[in-house]
Design a protein around this ligand. Structure first.
Ligand code: FAD
Length: 320
């Protein structure tokens, strides 16, 4: 089922619906690792499960002669296979994240064909962050610079338009396309309005729904939705929520995801004596955020698990 249909169903039902995002395990683990993460969550009936995509990183390996070798490694491969395994094992829609970084248009087309053959019809389409060792995002030669360009290629395929325009009688694909939105703006955008105009461009080009970056202050989400609606973005906007679980996340999350912690939350977390207390505060905060979103008519909540399902299970117990 398409994410947009899940959203419509959630709107009709009295009970709030939810989805989760998981990460592929680090190389060396097997699929049981994913099932162990998901089993406790599937008891609550998630509408869909997102699986992130992690491009290559560059590491330096020192040889006995002292020379350094630059090596490309992918620490968390397997996004597509994990999605297929989830759909097969749980009969729950899985949503692979698909990015511009590291892919040229041909690679993208081939990846989309594989997804189509696997009957994976929902996508979250992203640009991807710069490679860790680089400051700015560099597209592949003949790749895409922005998520909007990647989205256009997917929309083309949905219309049966492949890169090779000599192909005839091509089948169409049926991808439901999600894109990212940033209530506190994307870190590279000069301001929120400019960022929103690019988000509108993604929707005008064919994005079916938006999932937001995590936020800890619901007012920021409500303002974001209002601004989106004002400029004509009419598609579902699904809020992304992350329970804080460790002291280190108090600084790591703002640094990594360019989001602010409200004073009330930050003060409480800073005062917490250990990670156990941080976790309790984080869970309670997310429960309250979720309840307020639901009270304000948001039918579907998206939880970033960072592969720690027990925390999200505790939130769900408090919300559903
Ligand atoms: P874009 O929409 O391309 O925007 C990137 C920047 O360019 C923005 O500042 C925007 O304002 C600007 N911009 C857009 N179009 C134009 C234009 N035409 N001209 C000039 N400027 C423009 N990353 C991963 O690597 N893997 C994942 O699995 C992953 N999952 C994510 C899931 C969610 C829900 C979110 C919110 C983010 C995720 N990310 C992931 C991170 C994401 O890839 C980064 O935030 C990335 O820096 C931007 O991606 P985007 O799709 O928003 O980019």
């Amino acid at each position: 089922m398409k994410i947009t249909e899940h959203y419509k169903n959630a709107e009709k039902n009295k009970k709030p619906a939810f989805s989760v995002e998981i990460l592929p395990p680090v190389k060396g683990q097997n699929i049981q690792h994913i099932f162990d993460t998901l089993d406790p969550l599937t008891e609550f009936n998630p509408a869909f499960i997102d699986v992130t995509y992690h491009r290559e990183e560059f590491v330096y390996k020192k040889h006995p002669n002292g020379l350094l070798e630059r090596k490309s490694v992918r620490k968390r491969p397997g996004t597509v296979a994990i999605c297929a395994a989830i759909q097969n094992h749980y009969k729950i829609d899985a949503v692979p994240h698909i990015i511009c970084g590291g892919f040229d248009k041909e690679d993208t087309e081939n990846a989309l064909i594989e997804l189509n053959f696997l009957e994976i019809d929902n996508l979250l389409v992203l640009r991807g962050d710069p490679v860790k060792s680089e400051n700015t995002f560099v597209p592949e030669p003949n790749g895409h610079r922005f998520a909007s360009e990647l989205l256009e290629q997917i929309v083309d395929l949905n219309h049966g338009k492949y890169l090779d325009d000599e192909l005839e009688n091509c089948c169409t694909t049926n991808f439901c396309i999600g894109v990212a939105g940033y209530p506190e703006k994307h870190f590279e955008a000069p301001n929120l309005n400019i960022d929103l105009n690019y988000l509108k461009k993604k929707v005008d080009l064919g994005a079916d729904y938006i999932i937001t970056q995590m936020f800890f202050d619901n007012q920021k989400f409500f303002d974001f939705v209002e601004k989106c609606r004002k400029i004509g973005i009419a598609v579902p906007i699904i809020p992304g929520l992350k329970p804080i679980t460790t002291k280190s996340q108090i600084t790591a999350l703002p640094k990594t995801f360019h989001v602010d912690l409200p004073d009330e939350l930050a003060d409480e977390l800073v005062k917490a004596k250990d990670n156990k207390e941080v976790r309790e505060i984080g869970i309670e905060w997310t429960i309250n955020q979720s309840k307020e979103l639901v009270e304000n008519g948001i039918p579907l909540l998206h939880f970033y698990t960072m592969s720690k399902s027990d925390v999200v299970v505790n939130v769900l117990k408090g919300v559903l």
